[in-house]
Design a protein around this ligand. Structure first.
Ligand code: NDP
Length: 318
């Protein structure tokens, strides 16, 4: 379904080094045929731009967009946008919270959890040495998985994990309610949650409160041999401490999609570690065809003088 009623909704400027401009332009104009979509680098009249849809834009991009009414973060994580000092004041910032993005993330997390729970790295190793090595599967009910961060992405992932029969713990800032998931909230409960888990999954936003939340002391509170999955942001974790704890075996294994520095530098010890699976920050991505609909709905709200949905609160960082 499109929004044909929107006759003249204005001009949107796009900027991303990671996403294809033409694909997004087509997806947006499928929803809003009257929307002008231009690339921010080809703007001759920045004062005519109403909406900016951006992912990691260059410093100063908003400076001459004097009539901007909405900034759309082209992704779910807003940490690279909200901390900047070049944001125009009093303009709502929204982000993408697309159900298809949540499904894609839940698929990745479920894969990582099942891979650890079913000892797949052990069997891959056995296959490489040509050995038929039987290891009896553990039942999911015997295992506990903790999902830290129960937002649009974490809640869906926790739901999928508990459907597999794992005892599932969830942790967030305010207390969440998810069927089949034992939820708790607040810093005072974090160590208890991670201390019970065989697999810990990080799904928190990067904010001043969560940066380096998993420092050496907290990583040492994981159960010996536990698996660690990070699909959130690398800066939540002391990566040097994580590497050492993986080398010592205190942390049994890790699936890492995000890193302190991306790309993960060549020669980093993590690359060569048999108990670590590395993927290049792609656990989930914004899908133009499905995300464009919510972006279009927000543009219509703003052009009608209303507040958009999915507003980010810069003061809390997410
Ligand atoms: P949401 O903003 O919807 O949810 C954030 C969750 O984290 C909420 O449950 C929130 O608690 C909780 N939280 C935030 N701060 C704290 C804190 N200080 N202590 C405890 N809990 C806290 O985010 P999404 O689920 O949409 O996304 C999560 C993150 O995933 C993104 O910020 C991004 O960094 C990452 N991401 C990674 C991708 C990848 O490909 N690897 C792709 C997309 C996103 P409360 O509910 O109380 O607010």
């Amino acid at each position: 379904m499109t929004f044909p009623e929107a006759a003249a909704v204005g001009t949107l400027a796009f900027y991303s080094d990671f996403d294809d401009f033409q694909t997004w332009k087509k997806a947006l104009q499928t929803q809003l045929p009257a929307l002008q979509v231009i690339h921010a680098s080809q703007t001759e009249r920045p004062e005519e731009i109403d909406y900016a849809m951006v992912w990691k834009p260059p410093q100063g991009i908003f400076e001459r967009m004097t009539n901007l009414r909405l900034i759309i973060n082209l992704g779910a994580g807003v940490d690279s946008l909200v901390g900047r000092d070049d944001l125009p004041g009093n303009i709502p910032i929204t982000r993408i919270t697309d159900p298809q993005m949540s499904r894609m993330m839940a698929g990745y997390v479920l894969f990582a959890v099942l891979r650890h729970a079913r000892d797949i790295p052990f069997f891959e190793q056995a296959q490489r040495s040509g050995q038929w090595t039987y290891r009896h599967p553990r039942s999911p009910e015997e295992m506990t998985v903790a999902v830290l961060g129960l937002g649009h992405l974490g809640a869906r992932a926790a739901h999928e994990i508990q459907r597999q029969g794992f005892r599932t713990l969830g942790w967030s800032r305010s207390l969440a309610q998810i069927d089949g998931v034992e939820c708790s909230a607040g810093m005072e409960t974090l160590d208890s949650v991670i201390g019970q888990a065989d697999i810990v999954v990080l799904m928190l936003p990067l904010t001043p409160q969560t940066r380096q939340l998993f420092d050496r002391a907290r990583l040492q509170k994981l159960r010996p041999g536990a698996a660690f999955v990070n699909v959130a942001r690398g800066a939540l974790v002391d990566q040097a401490a994580l590497t050492e704890l993986l080398q010592s075996g205190h942390i049994g294994a890790a699936t890492l999609d995000v890193f302190e520095r991306e790309p993960l530098p060549a020669g980093d010890a993590l690359w060569g570690m048999p108990n670590v699976l590395i993927t290049p920050h792609l656990a989930s991505v914004a899908i133009p065809s499905s995300s464009a609909r919510q972006i279009a709905a927000n543009i219509l709200r703003v052009s009608a003088g209303e507040l958009p949905d999915n507003i980010v609160e810069p003061s809390r960082g997410y």
